[in-house]
Design a protein around this ligand. Structure first.
Ligand code: AHR
Length: 496
């Protein structure tokens, strides 16, 4: 049995819990949009063709913002194709995913879906094949009240009120050679700066995200952020980070510790941004929008090759997550929360079917993947301020990251109570976690739940949707407060 402790003191504040930490992402990719959020013939479809079962699960997941429409897709996208009468919308080749885009869903449908789901839309712009003019047009179409060609077109298309979109991504992964219209840092930085400058002439209070690196393993990582921010520092609010993790070569120990890489990524980008700020003698701080993160078995996708034809909404990137994936995922979520002073927005990539917490059958059922649960619990229970918890934990050796603590944890605290989110990365035994909460004066454990399974590779399916779900943890002692965390587990402990 392993032993660990953590200390909770409301004075150890990191930052407020940011609701935007619980953002997700809907891309025109595979079955995320078509047969994901939208399927007019489905038994649960509403009057707009949106699946009510997916809307319900999106609400239950506790999603705050949704990034749209890509991803790689956006870098070849013409937003005008997706507005106006549906029967007149063109079908186009989608170069990013070698698919045919029917354009049945576009910005107006997406915003309508966001209102039903109770989420904030976050719009990505095409800075791959397009540029300043298309960005300005889309902004005018979405946000200008009325009396201009494009705002009146929106009204004529059925959206009289402006969409009021605040957050805009200036392109997507422009550092990646796979991106349509890929650019060097200097080329992209200049285009992002001029696009941002022009957009702020239309509306000053936008929140703009410059593209950072698509992974910390990119050869240009670090230099890319520095050059892009040299061009854009005064014009943008965020720099983006994207990161995906998978278990490689059966190395579960390293995989469960993948948040170590995310931590390194965040610290490096914060240091780089602050270095640029110092050189510019600026008092402004650039935040991080971690607007793509998840477990993704990317190597399987890369080995699958490109389809020969151009299918409509083919099943792509449909990873079926198991318990270990959910525990690694929980560790990533803990890391995002622990860095809430600088990571003030994030988007889980993606929402439905495509590397997603929600899965659907076309014409059939929808269910929760294992990763649904850490996200939903953290979104529901993280409140008030994020606290540092000063864990003291045994270490274990990993091939990828060297020595890593078995316990990974964070807490949040508000007048309503304190919640600890903790992962036991051990594959060989439970971890007895002692919680020192003397600073809270008489706090008691009011609830402890655990996500675990005797089989670390257990999955949820449409037939067995609750095989892996949080269950009450009865291994609790009150004086001193102790909870037994099973091996490979995600845990939520509420103190009241
Ligand atoms: O989320 C899947 C893809 O991953 C996105 O389209 C792209 O931005 C990233 O490479």
């Amino acid at each position: 049995m392993h032993q660990a402790t953590l200390t909770i003191d409301p004075a150890f504040k990191v930052a407020p819990v940011r609701r935007r930490t619980f953002g997700t992402f809907v891309e025109h990719l595979g079955r995320c949009v078509y047969t994901g959020i939208y399927e007019p013939g489905h038994p649960t479809a509403d009057e707009d063709g949106f699946r009510r079962d997916v809307l319900d699960l999106t609400r239950e997941l506790g999603v705050s913002t949704v990034r749209y429409p890509g991803g790689n897709f956006v870098s070849g996208y013409r937003w005008e194709d997706g507005v106006g009468p549906k029967d007149q919308r063109p079908r186009r080749l989608d170069l990013a995913w070698h698919s045919t885009e029917t354009n049945e869903v576009g910005v107006d449908e997406f915003v309508r879906w966001c209102r039903k789901a109770g989420v904030e839309p976050m719009m990505a712009l095409n800075l791959g094949t397009r540029g300043i003019e298309a960005a300005l047009d889309l902004l005018e179409y979405c946000n200008h009240p009325s009396g201009t060609a494009l705002s009146d077109l929106r009204a004529a298309n059925g959206a009289k009120e402006p969409h009021g979109i605040t957050m805009w991504c200036l392109g997507n992964e422009m550092d990646g050679p796979w991106q349509t219209g890929h650019k060097t840092a200097r080329e992209y930085g200049r285009l992002a700066a001029e696009t941002a400058r022009a957009m702020r002439m239309v509306q000053r209070d936008l929140e703009l995200v410059a593209c950072g690196s698509s992974s910390s393993s990119m050869p240009t990582f670090g230099a890319w952020e520095a050059e892009v921010l040299e061009e854009t520092y005064d014009l943008v609010d965020y720099i983006s980070c994207h990161a995906y993790y998978e278990e490689k070569d059966g190395d579960l120990g390293s995989f469960l510790a993948c948040s170590t890489n995310m931590e390194y990524f965040i610290r490096s980008v914060v240091a780089t941004a602050d270095h640029v700020g110092a050189r510019l003698k600026s008092r402004k701080k650039i935040d991080i929008s971690f607007d793509e993160w998840n477990v993704w078995y990317l190597s399987r996708f890369q080995n699958a090759g490109t389809p020969a034809d151009w299918p409509v909404a083919p099943p792509l990137l449909e990873d079926h997550y198991h318990l270990a994936d959910a525990v690694a995922f929980g560790g990533l979520l803990i890391t995002l929360l622990r860095n809430s002073d600088r990571v003030t927005a994030a988007s889980l990539a993606q929402l439905v079917n495509v590397i997603a917490p929600i899965m659907t059958e076309s014409g059939g059922r929808a269910w929760k993947q294992t990763t649904f649960h850490p996200f939903a619990q953290a979104s529901r229970l993280a409140a008030g301020d994020v606290l540092r918890v000063e864990p003291v934990s045994p270490l274990y050796e990993t091939a990828e990251f060297g020595e890593v603590p078995l316990l990974h944890a964070v807490a949040t605290h508000s007048d309503a109570g304190t919640t600890v989110f903790a992962v036991n990365r051990s594959t060989d035994g439970p971890l007895s976690l002692e919680i020192d909460a003397r600073a809270l004066g008489g706090a008691r454990i009011v609830e402890a739940t655990t996500l675990t399974d005797s089989d670390v590779y257990a999955r949820n399916t449409a037939d067995d949707p609750d095989r892996v779900a949080p269950r009450p943890n009865a291994d609790v002692e009150h004086d001193p407060m102790r909870v037994l965390l099973p091996p490979v587990s995600w845990n939520v402990i509420r103190l009241g």
